[in-house]
Design a protein around this ligand. Structure first.
Ligand SMILES: Cc1cc2nc3c(=O)[nH]c(=O)nc-3n(C[C@H](O)[C@H](O)[C@H](O)COP(=O)(O)O)c2cc1C
Length: 183
């Protein structure tokens, strides 16, 4: 049983993260989901709470924090105890924030708090022109140089109706990579 922190960010592929969370939970892992405010526009935290059987982290400053350490210090818990951090989908925005060390949402703050041995996977998903943008490509390379493992994106028909690179990899491919990273 591993402690897996899943970061969900605001892309149309956010719904695909649900099947990954479900499969990891069914495999017996301790799965905690954190979502950016933008991700909550696409899928409700309730979906991930039900699948992970845990409260979903969405805020750095909960309105009424309990004595639970994840509520008092959401930027540190569960991130500082994670064995694996997976971000899916990874927006252009969150990739840039990771590359620059920003921490003004729960997912980017968690990324800064991971222990040294924590494996880090990101699964980019975005429009082809966004993906091809030099600043996005530079940020992706920065993460890879820092030890992040990238899964995808794939080429194909995009939600916005165009065809090209930028589709998030299938959940099955992401799960394969997760299982290899945990082996
Ligand atoms: C309908 C819609 C779909 C979007 N899909 C994507 C996407 O697939 N990838 C992406 O990088 N941004 C996408 N965006 C833009 C992001 O939601 C926006 O950049 C947001 O600030 C990302 O915030 P986050 O990285 O904190 O989740 C989309 C926006 C809308 C309105």
């Amino acid at each position: 049983m591993k402690k897996i922190l899943i970061g969900v960010t605001g892309g149309i592929a956010a719904y695909k993260a649900a099947s990954v969370v479900s499969a990891l939970r069914q495999a017996g892992h301790d799965v905690q989901v954190a979502m950016t405010p933008a991700a909550c526009q696409f899928v409700t935290p309730l979906t991930f709470a039900a699948l992970s059987q845990k409260e979903v982290r969405t805020e750095l400053f909960p309105a009424h924090p309990t004595s639970d350490k994840g509520q008092l210090y959401p930027h540190l818990y569960p991130a500082t105890e994670a064995d694996l951090f997976v971000v899916l989908p990874a927006t252009a925005d969150i990739i840039g924030k990771f590359a620059c060390g920003f921490s003004d949402d729960i997912v980017s703050a968690s990324a800064l708090s991971l222990p040294a041995g924590c494996k880090k996977i990101f699964c980019p998903a975005m429009n082809t022109q966004m993906w091809d943008n030099p600043v996005v490509q530079e940020n992706v390379q920065t993460l890879e140089k820092r030890g992040w493992q990238r899964i995808g994106p794939e080429s194909g028909l995009m939600a916005c109706g165009t065809t090209g690179a930028g589709r998030m990899s299938d959940p099955s491919a992401i799960l394969d990579a997760i299982h290899k990273a945990l082996a």
